[in-house]
Design a protein around this ligand. Structure first.
Ligand SMILES: NC(=O)C1=CN([C@@H]2O[C@H](COP(=O)(O)OP(=O)(O)OC[C@H]3O[C@@H](n4cnc5c(N)ncnc54)[C@H](O)[C@@H]3O)[C@@H](O)[C@H]2O)[C@@H](O)CC1
Ligand SMILES: Nc1ncnc2c1ncn2[C@@H]1O[C@H](COP(=O)(O)OP(=O)(O)O)[C@@H](O)[C@H]1O
Ligand SMILES: [K+]
Length: 498
């Protein structure tokens, strides 16, 4: 699914209005019904204080208020700056609400604040949505601060008021919601870690915008979903043999960090690679051979770390390097040798990235379409500190296209930047994956997909998606606290087989 900016979303509303056709007020009613249904399911016994400005987001709030009142749910509506310019659909919804007997509508003008809400009431923030074009200030800002000062739960409609959908919002007044009910698709601002304190849990509600619009519009951002995975996935031929699925080499481990080698080797085996070899320090051979007997093992002449590869590399269809290797000068030298002698894409993680950040010119030696998998700290070591998350994804896109590599910026919504200038946000995974070794699993998985002949972008997108899916399956069994990285390996499944 493509991600759209605020003006494209406005265009999508208009497209649907003409294409379906449906009137703008009926589309607002459909959006309000979707909110009402969600709210009733989640909070069946609460009362609601609904705050509205006078645009269409406020119009949504008024329609939600009416729909809740018709179900005999207690509702108070506060209209902020009621004298301000009102949208047509806001005005229509205000008339409809006033026609309901007992409607409790309070107009707030500068300096008048509402009484503190009942402690069990839920606040609905329908002040401003995607129409925001400047920071909130003045009385509206004071109302935002008033709402944020309450201990009540807050549900934001479409966007937390004050949060920009496409750019960094800075430190202006912004609603801090527990839940955001956003219409039809994620907005960029609802994917950024720096905004997490504002949007809380995001729920995307289907309001029936015409899918045909998406084929007419360009976007550099996309979400990784099952349909994208399915578009890349290659089914296995009945007569296939292991030679058809590549030979992956995992270079990993050092004394005390052999677990990283085990996890990435096992994940590589489960990716579907035909053959997997692990290159590990001499003393690690028994560990690999007993924990991953399906893999072959090459031992380093050094017992405790990776220093030398004395066999040709070109017979390997993909190489993954870095988990648990350490950054000893001998390991650094080997890495440089690989950059100079191997021309196919590499997968680089963990210590391989730390080595690169100490030898930045080597970034230019990376074979085209190599994949690097930094978490935000590794990313800053490589490409400098970024002032916010929006800047970080822009830098990732610039560097991916400049260096002709894929950058996987790991996190809750892992971001994949491709050299073609496209950015993908992953939709799978959970905070249970914040545990040592999860990244090693990802490295092995992506290396194995690359070895099978998937393009680098496909291997990156599929690997990140599958990795998160395995995390979600592990969390369903063990819970987020008890799950460990080895569970990700056990729970790896290709969705097409289910
Ligand atoms: N048919 C449609 O267009 C639909 C629109 N919907 C709702 O409409 C919203 C967008 O509505 P609008 O475009 O009216 O915009 P908003 O209601 O988000 O904002 C209202 C107006 O406030 C002004 N404004 C901008 N920044 C401000 C600030 N910092 N402080 C005070 N005022 C500011 C702008 O002139 C803006 O148009 C969506 O977020 C969604 O909630 C939904 O009802 C779905 C259907
Ligand atoms: N809160 C989270 N939500 C979703 N995924 C997460 C979360 N925390 C970590 N992960 C995932 O787990 C992996 C952690 O990798 P990394 O930071 O390299 O850890 P390690 O080096 O311990 O393996 C990444 O793929 C990341 O996206
Ligand atoms: K809002």
């Amino acid at each position: 699914m493509k991600l759209l900016n605020a003006s494209q979303i406005r265009e999508w509303d208009q497209y649907t209005i003409q294409d379906e056709p449906i009137s703008s007020i009926d589309l607002m009613e459909r959006a309000a019904r979707a909110c009402r249904d969600w709210i009733r399911r989640q909070f069946p016994t609460h009362s609601f204080d609904i705050f509205c400005c006078t645009g269409n987001n406020g119009g949504d709030g008024l329609a939600i208020a009416r729909l809740l009142m018709l179900m005999r749910i207690p509702v108070k509506v506060f209209i902020v700056n009621a004298a301000g310019k009102a949208s047509r659909d806001f005005t229509t919804n205000l008339e409809r609400l006033k026609a309901i007997p007992g409607a409790n509508i309070i107009e707030l003008t500068s300096g008048t604040f509402p009484p503190p809400p009942d402690p069990s009431a839920i606040i609905i923030d329908a002040l401003l949505g995607t129409g925001i074009n400047r920071p909130i200030e003045g009385f509206t800002g004071e109302i935002v601060s008033f709402i944020n000062a309450q201990s009540n739960k807050v549900i934001a409609i479409d966007m937390p008021s004050g949060l920009q959908s496409d750019t960094y919002s800075g430190t202006t007044p912004i609603i801090q919601a527990n839940h955001t009910l956003t219409f039809q698709i994620f907005k960029l601002g609802l994917l950024m870690p720096c905004n997490a304190g504002h949007f809380g849990q995001v729920h995307v509600l289907d309001i029936g915008l015409a899918p045909a619009y998406l084929t007419t519009v360009e976007s550099k951002y996309e979400l990784t979903e099952k349909t994208l995975f399915a578009s890349f996935y290659k089914t296995r031929e009945n007569y296939a043999h292991k030679g058809n699925f590549g030979h992956a080499l995992i270079i990993a481990g050092s004394y005390g960090k052999m677990g990283a080698a085990v996890l990435s080797t096992k994940a590589c085996l489960r990716s579907g690679a035909g053959l997997v070899t692990a290159h590990v320090p001499g003393k690690g051979v028994n560990i690999i051979q007993t924990s991953a007997p399906e893999a072959m093992c090459q031992t380093d002449p050094d017992g405790e770390m990776i220093t030398t590869i004395q066999y040709p590399l070109k017979s390997y269809s993909a190489i993954g390097i870095g988990p648990g290797t350490g950054t000893h000068p001998s390991t650094q030298k080997l890495l440089q040798h690989i950059f100079n002698s191997y021309s196919q894409p590499l997968v680089l993680d963990a210590d391989a990235l730390n080595i690169l950040s100490e030898n930045k010119p080597w970034l230019n030696l990376l074979p085209e379409n190599s994949i690097i998998t930094p978490h935000p700290k590794e990313f800053s070591r490589l490409f400098g500190e970024q002032s916010n998350d929006f800047e970080r994804i822009e830098t990732a896109l610039e560097q991916a296209s400049h260096l002709k590599i894929i950058i996987i910026l790991k996190g809750h919504r892992t971001f994949i930047a491709t050299p073609a200038g496209k950015g993908y946000f992953n939709t799978t995974g959970n905070a249970g994956m914040a545990t040592g070794g999860s990244g090693d699993v990802l490295t092995g998985l992506i290396t194995g997909l690359l070895a099978q002949g998937y393009t680098a972008a496909e291997a990156a997108i599929m690997g990140v998606y599958l990795h998160g899916l395995a995390g979600d399956k592990a969390a369903a069994v063990y819970g987020m606290e008890a799950m460990i990285a080895g569970d990700l390996v056990k729970k790896l499944r290709f969705p097409a087989f289910e």
